[in-house]
Design a protein around this ligand. Sequence first.
Ligand code: 57M
Length: 355
Amino acid sequence: MLYHIFYQLLDINLFKYITFRAFYALITSFAISLILGPYVIRKLKLFQNKKGGYVREYTPDTHIAKKHTPTMGGVLIVISVLISSLLWCRLDNFYVWITLFVLVSFAIIGGLDDYIKIKTKKGLSSKAKFLAQLFVATVVSLALYYYPGFDTHLYFPFLKSVQLDLGIFYILFMIFIIVGTSNAVNLTDGLDGLAIGPSLISAAAFAIFAYITGHAVLSSYLHIPYIAGSGELMVFLMALLGAGLGFLWFNSFPAEMFMGDAGALSIGAVLGTVAIITKQEIILAIVGGIFVIETLSVILQVAYFKITGGKRLFKRAPLHHHFELKGMPEPKIVVRMWIISIILAIIALSTLKIR
Ligand code: 57M
């Protein structure tokens, strides 16, 4: 909105620049989440403790103490991103609106699950949740597919001349990426700061990718596809980064709140959507490697259990539970996952030069 007022109406050039608006989007959303945080925690606590708190069955003993930690903190992230994006993004940009739509609709699906879980201890059925995710992802994928100039090629890092045209199957691919990333972040969200750390690192890396993809000269210099208008996603992603840092302020060990499905599903879906728009889906698997590893640990655990007729590969999946049960302190597991995530983001960014 500020772009339209200060640049288009008042001719103040500074507001034209994506980088300027991106940095202030970060500061704005960080400030909002920091200021609103204590209020949101108080409200969520009141609501949740009235219902007696919530702790999953078979949770490691260390988690019993978390029984009264309020969940659904993702609401704080979503509100902060929304306000900041509406202020700092260009509001005539299709990609901004589609990403905001993903953020809000997945937050509603997740929030509904959190809400019902607190009320009835059961949550939405996993089938209903999955169908709702599929529905929104399909709407978004069709909107992107039919957007003029949409490119159905899949690009590969390191191999600038290799491209795969998926044609109409790109729609299925997009649905898979959006729903898959959404659930992968959700699976990862089991220790204080564990999901938000790699989410922030991914948002920061994709802010750089979005800027370059939306920049005609830079994208051609680095041999990556040029997607007109995608640079504006940098502003959105920096808003997400700011809101996530504000959330981490409260979610760092020992957490004062969890993001809930409202946060995990929406952040994951948004990262998937941004990777699709910037044509960096494979890079997402590298940047978001922690989410991939956590998801793979579950797949391997279940497969191994079935093949061996009851033996386990890990003490418990997803992987963070394995380390917990081995006696590793929670903050150590989390910080090590962040370290891996930072290294993966650096590897992903290095692919910009190696093409
Ligand atoms: C989300 N939710 C957390 C919190 C958070 C197929 C199977 C692998 C599914 C998986 C599963 O249900 N995953 C979904 C996991 C829960 O956190 C809440 O949920 C939100 C995210 N959706 O925001 O509201 C608990 O995690 C802890 N937590 C923190 N700090 C945080 O910042 O400490 C969360 C955020 C919270 C809190 O204790 O209550 C969760 O872990 O339940 N299932 C599992 O993860 C289960 N794994 C399992 O059964 N493995 C089997 C098979 C199926 C692979 C095996 O290994 O044999 C584990 N879940 C739990 N304990 N709770 C098992 C151990």
